[in-house]
Every structure is written in structure tokens, then in C-alpha cells.
Design a protein around this ligand. Structure first.
Ligand code: KG4
Ligand code: ZN
Length: 395
């Protein structure tokens, strides 16, 4: 079966087409993985503004769909001539207009697209309906609903956190027959430790009580004036760090608590105070540019290590407590090479996606749609699908 997936939970517009075959041991063939990144737009503001991100999704969705269909060789001009759709009289147009009530520009462009191109050979549409930024989720959900309804293709709503986990099954299935797995999903919006007994059976064991790990990277980078997104910037700078007795020391919040929860907002505040102190220090001011840069690199190294220490300690504790044989990483922060290296050093079987599949993308949504295909909704029932910014895995 061919799955068209749409992912707009945050600031990446992801559209992918995945071909899946086999049932018990599925084989996946990636036909397209198109991502329209908004980093340049949000860099200017040092973070993601949901309404701005939504507008970008509205702009990016159709070009990304065309690109994905083209790459998959599924884009065909209507033959022999463009369909003569009597839209203004049809009930179909009215319903489509209703689905895209809040996306008038997209509605106009989609009409032209539907007139120009044939219905593609797609069996299922998979759409992220939460958790995420509500306006962004709605842009993708409305678009997917319009495609499902107009092309008469079933649609399945999928959970974004589950997608960060299941993207790890793309190359080969994770063995859950010998015991449960523990997933650590670490992104800009979430930090959760999840017990997985089988695909579809999840329990959140712990999560952040305030900021997510990725959010902490981003906010610390902002404090240090390093730009957005903070994770990759801090990670690159940290490679130049030389941590020693004189380099900055930061707290490891909640590292010794007996639960599986996290808290990162105190770490960010500690970075703020520490950085303010360094900036006031005459020694820092009078030192050479190179030495100043080394101080910042050391700070980056210590921020990264503080986050890694807490993530590893809590996740491995959960794996031991639940007798899990595998730890599965997912989410943007799991692209961090040092986090991966230290996990591998401390636990026997750790699985993570390719770095470009750690951050948001459409493929994660496509594979989850495949595993969740029994939850598909008929095209005439698309109205039942809603975005849910606070959707929880395992409920
Ligand atoms: O999963 P994701 O793409 O979007 C959300 O669902 O939030 O994660 C984005 C987050 C950002 O906070 C970004 O700074 C962080 O992932 N990130 C990283 C790295 N690459 C992205 N954090 C640490 N190290 C990285 N290499
Ligand atoms: Zn994500």
C-alpha cells in the first residue's frame, strides 16, 4: 500500500510517500521524504511563533505535496484535458470549502491543483493530529482532510510522539518479543520516558515538569546570543569545549529523584545567572577573543553534558526497573551525537533514527499511519478528525 503522510506539528512542513508491503514483517520503501524547513523564518525571532509557522505551512503544503508526488512518480496531468469540474454547483465543492473554511488561499490553490492533476495512486493518508502547536496542526489536518475527501482516500490521524518512536522501525523492526522497550522522546516540546510492550501499547512513565530538553537547548542558546535552533548550535560548540576545574558548573536537576520525571527550567535559569556573572567579570572582558570564545564553548559543553547526564540516568533507571532489553531514542534532541555516544557507552542495546529522521519529518507520520491503519476513517467522515495540541500517547 502507498501512504501519503502530512506532518505540521511544529515548524517543519513534512510530506512523505511510503510504500509498505507485507503484514507481519512489513517492508518499507521510501518514495519521497519532502521537508520544507522554516528555520530561516524563525531564526530572526529566536523561536517559533505558532501563527507565523501556520502561515508558512499554508504556503508550503501544496508545493511540498507536488514535489513529493513528482518524486514518487505519482503526479499525472489529467488526461485528455483538465477535468471540467463544475465546482460552483457541486455539493462536493461546498463541503471542500467548508473543510478549508480557515484556509481560503489554500482552498483556491487546491481547486486549481485538483483540476490540473489526476487522483494519485495512494491508498491511505496519514496525518499528525497532535501533540504540537495547535494552529500548525490544524493547517495540516485541514489540508489532509481536503485531500481525503476530494480523492476519496481513507485517512488515519496519528500521534506525533508515537511517530518519533516508530520511525525507528523503518529499516528493521525493533524486537519486542523478548521484553518491553523503553523509549526516550526528547524534542522541542516534549521529554517523555515511555514503556512499550508492543506497537500500540504505551505507558508514559515520566516526563518533564516544565521545559522540554530541546526547549532548554534553545533557551540557553538564546541567553548566550547564539541563535536558533539552539540544539545543533550548542552541540557544535560543545565539540570545542575543554571542561575542567575552572569551567562553569551547572546543576543536574532531579537527577537523583526516584521517579522518571525531569525539570529543565532551573538549568536554564542557572545558565542565565552564570552567563550574567561571566559577562560582568573584568577578566572575561580583558581576555583575548579566542579565550572568550573558549569560555562560551565551555558553557555549551557543560549545558549539553548537564542535559545528557539527566536524560541517560533516568532512562537507564527506567530500563533496569522494567527489565527492558532495548532503549529507543526519538525526537530532535536524539540527533545529538554526544547523547547517542554516551547512551551506547552505558547501555547494551540503544536504537536511534538517522539524524535527519530524529527531527520532525513526514516519514515518521507515514510509518505510524501504516501501523495504525486499522484506525482509519472513511473520507465522508473526515469531520470527526480534529487537531489536539495536548494529545497524549497511550490514552
Ligand atoms: O522533534 P523536533 O524536530 O520538533 C519537535 O517536535 O519539537 O525537535 C526540535 C528540537 C529543537 O529544540 C532543537 O534545538 C533540538 O530538537 N535539536 C537538537 C539537535 N538537533 C535538534 N538538540 C540537541 N542536539 C542536536 N543535534
Ligand atoms: Zn517532533
Amino acid at each position: 500500500m502507498k501512504i501519503l503522510a502530512i506532518e505540521t506539528s511544529c515548524d517543519d512542513t513534512g510530506i512523505s510517500i511510503l510504500e509498505a508491503s507485507g503484514d507481519k514483517n512489513p517492508n518499507f520503501c521510501v518514495l519521497s521524504n519532502t521537508i520544507a524547513s522554516q528555520i530561516k523564518v524563525h531564526q530572526k525571532y529566536g523561536g517559533v511563533y505558532p501563527m507565523m509557522a501556520k502561515r508558512e505551512h499554508q504556503r508550503n503544503l501544496l508545493p511540498a505535496l507536488i514535489k513529493a508526488l513528482e518524486e514518487s512518480k505519482l503526479l499525472k496531468i489529467s488526461n485528455p484535458k483538465p477535468q471540467n469540474l463544475k465546482f460552483n454547483q457541486s455539493q462536493k465543492l461546498k463541503t471542500l470549502n467548508f473543510i478549508l473554511e480557515r484556509e481560503p488561499e489554500l482552498f483556491k490553490k487546491l481547486l486549481l491543483f485538483f483540476k490540473k492533476y489526476e487522483k494519485p495512486d495512494i491508498d491511505l493518508i496519514s496525518i499528525t493530529n497532535g501533540p504540537g502547536l495547535e494552529p500548525c496542526l490544524w493547517a495540516g489536518v485541514n489540508f489532509a482532510k481536503a485531500l481525503s475527501y476530494f480523492w476519496d482516500i481513507p485517512i488515519v490521524p496519528v500521534n506525533h510522539i508515537e511517530s518519533h518512536i516508530l520511525v525507528n522501525f523503518l529499516d528493521k523492526p525493533v524486537d519486542l518479543s523478548t521484553g518491553p522497550a523503553i523509549a526516550l522522546v526528547v524534542s522541542g516540546g516534549h521529554t517523555q520516558i515511555i514503556l512499550i510492550k508492543k506497537i500500540g501499547s504505551y505507558k508514559i512513565l515520566g516526563e518533564t515538569r516544565d521545559d522540554a530538553a530541546g526547549e532548554c537547548f534553545d533557551k540557553c542558546a538564546k541567553i548566550l546570543g547564539l541563535g536558533y535552533p539552539g540544539g545543533p548550535i550548542i552541540s557544535n560548540l560543545a565539540k570545542k569545549s575543554a571542561l575542567g576545574p575552572t569551567s562553569p558548573k551547572l546543576p543536574r536537576p532531579m537527577i537523583n529523584t526516584k521517579d522518571y520525571d525531569f525539570s529543565f527550567s532551573g538549568l536554564k535559569t542557572a545558565v542565565l545567572y552564570s552567563w550574567q556573572k561571566i559577562k560582568k567579570d573584568p577578566v572575561f572582558h580583558s581576555s583575548e577573543k579566542n579565550a572568550q570564545q573558549q569560555t562560551i564553548a565551555n558553557m555549551a559543553g557543560e549545558i549539553q553534558q548537564a542535559i545528557i547526564d539527566v536524560l541517560i540516568k533516568k532512562t537507564i533507571k527506567a530500563a533496569k526497573d522494567y527489565n527492558a532489553k532495548t532503549i529507543i531514542l526519538g525526537g530532535g534532541v536524539s540527533a545529538n551525537t554526544e547523547l547517542r555516544r554516551q547512551f551506547l557507552k552505558n547501555f547494551e542495546n540503544v536504537i536511534f533514527p538517522k539524524p535527519e529522521l530524529s527531527t520532525d519529518n513526514g516519514l515518521m507520520t507515514a510509518i505510524t499511519g501504516y501501523f495504525d491503519r486499522k484506525k482509519k476513517v472513511a473520507p465522508r467522515k473526515v469531520a470527526t478528525i480534529k487537531a489536539n495540541a495536548n494529545l497524549r500517547i497511550g490514552q
